[in-house]
Each structure stands twice: as C-alpha cells, then as structure tokens.
Design a protein around this ligand. Structure first.
Ligand SMILES: [Zn+2]
Length: 294
C-alpha cells in the first residue's frame, strides 16, 4: 500500500518532515520524494526538517508553501490528515482484535482506558467455542484461526455492526487522545469517501522507541473492506481510496528477543529482504533528533 518499492536514498539521518519516513525516491535536480507520504523536498528543505515541518503545518492553515516543498494531491491529503484535530463530530467505530484465548483478559484490560471511544470491543479467539462472559459493550467470538490471518480479520469485519473498524493486535494499544483522534480521522475519511487509513506505528522494543517508523499499518477501515494474504495479510483497497492517518499512532510493545526470533524466521525463509531491513530498524533506537516529529 506504500507508493512503491524502496529505492533512492535511505538514511537514519534524513527523514521526511511530514511523516518521519527515512526512505526517499531520488528525483531530478536533487529533489527527494518521500516513499510514504509523497511530499517532495529540495535540498534546502531536507536539511532543515524543522523549518520544513513548520512550513507544512502553516500551509495546512492557509499559508503559501516555500519553493523547496512540493505536494502532489496524495501528499496534500496526507498533510490534511496529519494536521486534522479532533472536532465535535465522532464516527461509529468498532475496536476489533484477533486473540488467543489466553490473551483476551489482558487485551480487555489494556484497552479499558479507551473503551468509551468505541461502539464496542470485538474479539475473535482462535478456538472452537468460548465460554467467556465478557462485560457489556464487548463481544468475544470464537473461530479457529487455522493459520489464515486474512480470513480471521474478515470474520471480524463481517461481525462488526459499525461503519468503521479499527483492528489492533493484542500487543498494540492507543493512548486515549489517539483513540479520540481515530474517531475524528474516520469521520474525515468518510466525508472524503475514503475506505482505509494507514496509521503509523510506534514500536517500543523493551520500552525503547525504535527507529522503524512510521511502519504504516492499514487498520482503520470501512467495515465493508476485506483482507487478502494468508500470513502478511493486507486490506484490498485501491490506493486512491486511502490516506495516511499520521495524527493517530498505534503503540506496539515487543521485546528484543521476539525481534531476533522473527529475524531468524525471515532469514530461514531467505525471501524477504525488506522485512529483514525492518527488523534491523526495530533494534535501533529512534535518534533523539526526530522524537518531536512522531
Ligand atoms: Zn513522508
């Protein structure tokens, strides 16, 4: 769902002033175009990311852009969603998760502080049946996973009663402010007839924020969207019906041991270089310099 394969420049010292991505397409004349949000910057803008970011946010308020920044329609929309702030409106969104039976209790506890923002919390457990008696505004359903994550996520989409669904994994969470922001973004996406928003993910590896960011996850979806792909499942949505919901990060807690274990699995499969690159970025802390850009 990103704009293409990785090419051009990649450096942890150089990040996109809009979305904090470290990968750029090299363009003629020394311009760099962010591979995620599609904002383009000349050298003057890329070496002064703080100034460029201030100019982008001022532009969202109506100011003219400086000559060193160019936004195509995709980048304009991404800036709009990055600078959207919570208004009075709120969408009807279900918070949904795939879980093992042993994870239900901890997920309910972890999401209790944000439960009030959602129409309901909906969980499907990898089981034949469930005897759990959940609190109100929680539904726990059972369906054997059988290794097919797309089918399990689609089961959640089918079961949701609301217009939009936010799918979280059981090791992910949202702050209350970001949960409120998710509703504002869903409302705005609905008004623009979009069908899916990619949310940035802050990965905390043993509590340390990782350099892998924005690590976009398409999880805020209209409830008629469906996933495909058995293991690396993703929603089937045309790119023009999507935007980046940069103002609503998901928090993801994992351990260094788990990251190394996943790297070993990918290396054994010897197939997915991009994922190995991502795993390496998970083990590097986010440089202090970029913390304010998240
Ligand atoms: Zn960007």
């Amino acid at each position: 769902m990103t704009s293409g394969p990785r090419s051009g420049s990649s450096s942890a010292d150089l990040r996109c002033p809009l979305c904090c991505n470290a990968d750029f397409h090299d363009r003629p004349g020394g311009w760099r175009e962010c591979t995620h949000c599609e904002a383009a910057f000349d050298r003057s803008a890329i070496v002064d990311p703080d100034g460029a970011r201030r100019a982008l946010w001022a532009h969202a308020q109506g100011a003219l852009l400086p000559s060193g920044i160019v936004l195509n329609p995709v980048a304009k929309r991404n800036l709009d969603f990055a600078t959207t702030r919570v208004g009075n409106r709120s969408a009807n969104v279900t918070l949904a998760a795939i879980a093992r039976p042993t994870e239900v209790e901890s997920f309910l506890k972890a999401t209790a502080p944000i439960a009030e923002f959602f129409a309901e919390r909906l969980i499907v457990v990898d089981a034949e049946s469930t005897a759990a008696a959940p609190p109100s505004a929680v539904r726990v359903l059972a369906r054997p996973l059988a290794g097919d994550f797309a089918a399990q996520r689609n089961f959640l989409m089918d079961a949701a009663h609301s217009d939009w669904v936010l799918q979280l994994d059981t090791d992910e969470s949202l702050t209350p402010d970001n949960a409120r922001q998710a509703l504002a973004l869903a409302e705005r996406a609905k008004a623009q007839k979009l069908r899916a928003l990619g949310l940035p993910r802050r990965n905390f590896v043993d509590g340390v924020l990782a350099s892998l960011y924005p690590d976009i996850q398409y999880r805020l979806l209209r409830s008629d969207v469906r996933f495909s792909g058995v293991v690396h499942e993703r929603p089937v949505v045309a790119f023009e019906n999507t935007a980046l919901g940069l103002s609503c990060p998901i928090d993801h807690a994992l351990s260094r041991d788990r990251v190394r274990e996943r790297s070993a699995q990918y290396a054994a499969m010897a197939a997915d270089g991009e994922r190995l690159q991502d795993e390496a970025a998970l083990l590097e802390p986010m440089p202090e310099r970029w913390m304010a850009f998240l």
